[in-house]
Design a protein around this ligand. Structure first.
Ligand SMILES: CC(C)(COP(=O)(O)OP(=O)(O)OC[C@H]1O[C@@H](n2cnc3c(N)ncnc32)[C@H](O)[C@@H]1OP(=O)(O)O)[C@@H](O)C(=O)NCCC(=O)NCCS
Length: 202
């Protein structure tokens, strides 16, 4: 995982130091810790993660260290809120919100393969969205994904994102342009499907 950096702007939001978000008894989101390092490496060498995200490849402990440092820095700058997803006490993945300083953000998410297939990403994204709309006062959040990434699209759909376009060359992945979907959800909208499912059923 990589978190883009940019200089702090005056309208950036201050993020609380010790933030923990919960959904039920089993799922919590908190800032990343050094003890997540092995889980981050395991997640970032997974083929689906390599295929659909911008993680460096090859990925090892040095890259995970850089990711942890970037998460720390961008949290303190108020430019990105990057959460470790923790299920039953174990590291499961990451949800991040890249805050653009105008009251909007873009969401990113990914789970390690061991944590998939139970709807965890949708629960984690919904939890972060609830916090972002209620506590940060964001007006809206964008989602973008590779046009082959139906798992991401279904997760976004479950969280209330409306897919508003398929855009040629929307995404840059390791120097290559790829076609992408883009969608949004606004503050006040239900964090539940807003339109019929248009993709394949599994
Ligand atoms: C996207 C991701 C976070 C979803 O994780 P998850 O919470 O375990 O999601 P699930 O496996 O439960 O899949 C979510 C839904 O998509 C469906 N789905 C998954 N892959 C699908 C596919 N290829 N075609 C159709 N539906 C698919 C699942 O059946 C599930 O449907 P449900 O909500 O009706 O149960 C996970 O697959 C991942 O980490 N992928 C690699 C990283 C990535 O792509 N991140 C997003 C970048 S934009």
């Amino acid at each position: 995982m990589t978190t883009p950096a940019r200089p702090r702007r005056p309208d950036d939001l201050l993020l609380p130091d010790d933030l923990v978000l919960r959904d039920g008894d089993d799922l919590l989101l908190r800032r990343h810790r050094r003890s997540d390092l092995a889980g981050i490496v395991a997640q970032c060498v997974d083929p689906a993660t390599v295929r659909f995200t911008v993680v460096p490849t090859p990925y090892g402990p040095d890259e995970a260290e850089e990711f942890l440092t970037a998460c720390e820095r961008t949290w303190e700058e108020g430019t990105a809120a990057s959460f470790a997803v923790v299920v039953d006490g174990g590291f499961a993945g990451t949800v991040d919100l890249r805050l653009d300083g105008t009251g909007w953000a873009e969401v990113g998410f990914g789970l390690g393969p061991w944590a998939r297939g139970r709807g965890t990403a949708a629960r984690a994204v919904r939890t972060v969205l609830r916090w972002a709309f209620a506590d940060l006062g964001l007006a809206g959040v964008h989602w973008r994904a590779d046009v082959e990434n139906w798992g991401s699209r279904r997760t976004a759909w479950r969280c209330g994102f409306r897919v508003e376009g398929r855009v040629r060359g929307l995404l840059v992945q390791r120097g290559t342009r790829r076609d992408g979907w883009i969608g949004s959800v606004l503050r006040g909208e239900p964090l539940a499907p807003a339109e019929p499912w248009e993709g394949p059923e599994r």
